[in-house]
Design a protein around this ligand. Structure first.
Ligand SMILES: Nc1ncnc2c1ncn2[C@@H]1O[C@H](COP(=O)(O)OP(=O)(O)O)[C@@H](O)[C@H]1O
Ligand SMILES: CC(=O)N[C@@H](CCC(=O)OP(=O)(O)O)C(=O)O
Length: 255
C-alpha cells in the first residue's frame, strides 16, 4: 500500500502566525500523500470571550451550547480552516478545506447526556474514507476542521484529536498511515516543564502507570487514547512530536 502522512496540529500552533507559517512550510515539504487536521480551541475561546461567551472544558472537551456552536463553526470551519488553506495554496499545495458535513465526510451522533452534558458535541459514527481517498489520489490535500454533522441538518463540535484518529483509522484501509500529533512540546514528557524529558516510546501499560502517577494528564490523555485506538485499527505508526520537528523523526512513538 502507498504511504500517507496525517498530521494533526493543535490550537497553540494555529493561533500564532509565526508558528503556523513554519508548520505549513514544513508540511508543504512532506513527501507523498498527506492530510492536515487542525484544532483551534484557543482561537475559539478567545473569540467567545470577545463575544461575552464563557468557555467551559471538561476532560479536554468543550461544553458546547447553542451560542458556542455558532462560534466554533465560524472559527474552525471559517477563519482557521481558510487561513490554513490559503497558506498552503501559497506554498503550492493544492489544499481543500473540509468539515465533516462536506461530502458527508464525518457523520456523528450528539453525545448522550451522562454525568456531563457536553451539549452539541459529536461522537464520530461514520467516515467516508472512499471519497477522501479518491480526492487524495487526485493530488488534493484535505485540510480537516474539527466539526462533524448529524446528517439531520446540525453541525456538531468534535475534538480535533478525535477527528485525526478517526480519519487515520478510516484511511488505513487505503494507505499505510503515519499519524502525527504535533503540538508545542517535544513529545510526551516525564516532566512537563522539562523539554529534555521526552519519553521515546509508550505502550498501554506505561500509559496507565503514567496517568496514575500524574505524569500524563489533561489534553494528553485523549491524545494517547486516540493513538492506541488508531494502532488497534491498523494505523502503521503514531508519533507525538513538536510542530517544529515533524521532519526529524523525534518525539514519542506510540505502540
Ligand atoms: N506528560 C505530558 N507531556 C506533555 N504534555 C502533557 C503531558 N501531560 C499533560 N500534558 C499537556 O497536554 C497538552 C497537550 O494537549 P492539548 O492541549 O489537548 O493539545 P493540542 O495543542 O494538540 O490541542 C500540553 O500542552 C500539556 O500541557
Ligand atoms: C468537543 C471539543 O472539545 N472540540 C474542540 C475542537 C477544537 C480542538 O480540538 O482544538 P485543539 O486541537 O486546538 O485543542 C474544542 O472546541 O476545543
Amino acid at each position: 500500500m502507498e504511504k500517507l502522512t496525517l498530521i494533526k496540529v493543535g490550537g497553540k500552533i494555529v493561533e500564532e502566525e509565526d508558528t503556523l507559517r513554519k508548520l505549513l512550510n514544513d508540511f508543504s515539504q512532506v513527501e507523498g500523500y498527506k492530510v492536515l487536521v487542525h484544532g483551534g480551541g484557543r482561537s475559539a475561546t478567545k473569540l467567545a470571550a470577545q463575544l461575552g461567551i464563557e468557555s467551559k472544558m471538561v476532560g479536554g472537551r468543550r461544553i458546547t451550547d447553542a451560542e458556542t456552536l455558532k462560534v466554533v463553526t465560524m472559527v474552525y470551519g471559517g477563519l482557521v480552516n481558510k487561513n490554513i488553506v490559503a497558506g498552503l495554496q501559497a506554498l503550492g499545495v493544492n489544499a481543500l478545506g473540509l468539515t465533516g458535513a462536506d461530502m458527508n465526510l464525518m457523520r456523528s451522533d450528539k453525545r448522550p447526556v451522562g454525568e456531563v452534558d457536553y451539549g452539541f458535541v459529536g461522537d464520530v459514527k461514520e467516515v467516508n474514507a472512499d471519497l477522501l481517498a479518491s480526492l487524495i489520489h487526485q493530488g488534493i490535500v484535505p485540510v480537516l476542521a474539527p466539526l462533524t454533522h448529524d446528517k439531520q441538518g446540525h453541525m456538531l463540535n468534535t475534538n480535533a484529536d478525535t477527528i485525526a484518529g478517526e480519519a487515520a483509522k478510516a484511511l488505513a484501509k487505503h494507505f499505510d498511515v503515519t499519524l502525527m500529533f504535533c503540538f508545542e512540546k517535544k513529545g510526551v514528557l516525564r516532566d512537563e516543564n522539562d523539554d529534555e524529558s521526552v519519553i521515546p516510546e509508550i505502550d498501554r501499560t506505561a500509559f496507565k502507570l503514567f496517568v496514575e502517577e500524574g505524569v500524563i494528564q489533561g489534553g494528553m490523555i485523549p491524545k494517547l487514547e486516540n493513538s492506541f485506538q488508531a494502532i488497534d485499527a491498523g494505523v502503521k505508526e503514531v508519533i507525538i512530536t513538536q510542530a517544529s520537528e515533524i521532519h526529524l523523526g523525534k518525539g514519542t512513538r506510540v505502540f
